[in-house]
Write a protein that binds this ligand. Sequence first.
Ligand SMILES: O=P(O)(O)OC[C@H]1O[C@H](O)[C@H](O)[C@@H](O)[C@@H]1O
Ligand SMILES: [Fe+2]
Length: 188
Amino acid sequence: MKPYTIDFDLLTGICKSGKVQPVQRRVSQMKMQFADPEAAQKAIDSGDPVLYEFSTLLNDEKKGTLAFGSTIIYPGKIGDEYYMTKGHFHTILDSAEVYYCLSGKGFMMMETPEGDVDLQEVHPGEALYVPGRWAHRSINHGTEPFVMLFVYPGDSGHDYGTIETKGYRKLVVERDGKPVMIDNPKWK
Ligand SMILES: O=P(O)(O)OC[C@H]1O[C@H](O)[C@H](O)[C@@H](O)[C@@H]1O
Ligand SMILES: [Fe+2]
């Protein structure tokens, strides 16, 4: 493999050269992850908005490589729950990941299989280190797109199943105009 460079706009996270194509996720792709599936269905019926999109350079997906890219979580809510990513553990559970916030602001919701929970707010210019073993989900509680660069080991893989079946232990919802962390009533 040869070295290469790639552009990411420092505000929007968009790769203008088209060297990497974004993947979009809409409400219909994660209806059951929201606390209020009826609110999700309403959003689907009225145009099924894009919640977030990400552009990943996967490279070889082999041990020793790095995958990297940008992710954009759009502002909005489903019921009183903010737009967020599906979230995942890494298949190789002890694989870490670094995020760097380019613009907007938001949270990273993290939890371990043992039940530790950590919520970190990130602002432009801040890097976040997600150690191995921590599932991670990005949440936009702001009014602008929440944009981050990320880097993780190329062979780490994505385990979505655990989160899809169990859910996250905690949710972030809006109460009196402010984000608050609450227990997930549907957590199994
Ligand atoms: O994979 P999701 O939980 O849907 O999140 C979307 C993307 O967001 C991140 O920034 C990760 O680094 C990517 O690996 C991930 O695929
Ligand atoms: Fe990840």
